[in-house]
Design a protein around this ligand. Structure first.
Ligand code: IPE
Ligand code: MG
Ligand code: MG
Length: 272
């Protein structure tokens, strides 16, 4: 529940109290996030989520699609219960739209010959950065922050989200390399490795191949590690996290601010 945690910490960090209303916003963030995961597992042909069968595997795609829709609507129903929530509803809707754009880019990239680092960053900014950014902006606004400060918090969230996604891609490719390779996902490691002509040949043959064996996937993982692609990605993630923390200089010292600083580091150092 990282997004709710970010939202509540931002609320407190700007001097706000944790009210029933901000808790509803925090819950809505997790519901939107869960909606995206249920649909994402269909899009990515993922069999499991958090160590258990994915919703579409257990109950079938028609149910998973409908459950995902329902989670999204529950989120917005909850937001509608918050007094004067027009601005919050608007920014949550905007973030969810950007997330959908990011998901479409993610799929589109997997069918492309080349993807630049800039394009990859724009894609993760939408699919992950946008909801993180909404979480931190909404938390700050609910805590009574003026728009400018809320804007800084939104920047912090966007950058933490991007760092989080890079680490997510790193962990996935280290733990189960066959998943993203079979889907042809253009993670930062792949984008980087494609710059090397020899590696590009090898990757071109493997990316998107549904019958790629686990042994072959491991072999490619070794090549990627050897090429420095993982080091490169982790360096980028650390850079984004540092930049995120630099957005918090306008906040007075507080335990909530310490949590935000720690969460930026945790996005990059976590092992799951
Ligand atoms: C998850 O993205 C869904 C969103 C970010 C919207 P990924 O497909 O990259 O992540 P996992 O590995 O399935 O969690
Ligand atoms: Mg996905
Ligand atoms: Mg996925």
């Amino acid at each position: 529940m990282l997004r709710p945690c970010l939202c509540l910490s931002c609320c407190e960090a700007v001097g706000g109290k944790i009210t029933e209303d901000v808790l509803k916003v925090a819950a809505a963030l997790e519901l939107v996030h869960t909606f995206t995961l249920v649909h994402d597992d269909i899009m990515d042909h993922a069999e499991t989520r958090r160590g258990v069968p994915a919703v579409h595997v257990k109950w079938g795609e028609p149910i998973a699609l409908t459950v995902g829709d329902a989670l999204l609507l529950k989120a917005f129903k909850l937001l509608s219960e918050v007094p004067n929530s027009q601005a919050i509803i608007g920014l949550m809707a905007e973030a969810t739209l950007q997330l959908c754009e990011g998901q479409v880019l993610d799929i589109e990239f997997s069918k492309r010959e080349t993807v630049s680092e800039g394009e990859y960053l724009q894609m993760i900014e939408r699919k992950t950065g946008a909801l993180f950014s909404a979480a931190t902006r909404a938390g700050a606004l609910m805590g009574g922050a003026p728009p400018e400060l809320a804007g800084e918090m939104a920047e912090y969230g966007r950058l933490v989200g991007m760092a989080f996604q890079i680490r997510d891609d790193v962990l996935d490719l280290l733990e189960k390399p066959e998943s993203d390779l079979r889907e042809g996902k253009r993670t930062l490691m792949i984008v980087k490795a494609m710059e090397d002509l020899q590696l590009r040949e090898r990757l071109r043959d493997a990316l998107g191949r549904r019958d790629l064996s686990i042994e072959e996937a491991r072999e490619i993982q070794r090549l990627l590690v050897g090429s420095g692609a993982f080091d490169y990605a982790m360096e980028k993630a650390r850079e984004l996290a540092e930049l995120a923390k630099s957005k918090l200089t306008g906040l007075p010292p507080s335990p909530a601010k310490d949590v935000l600083l720690e969460l930026a580091d945790l996005a990059v150092t976590r092992n799951r």
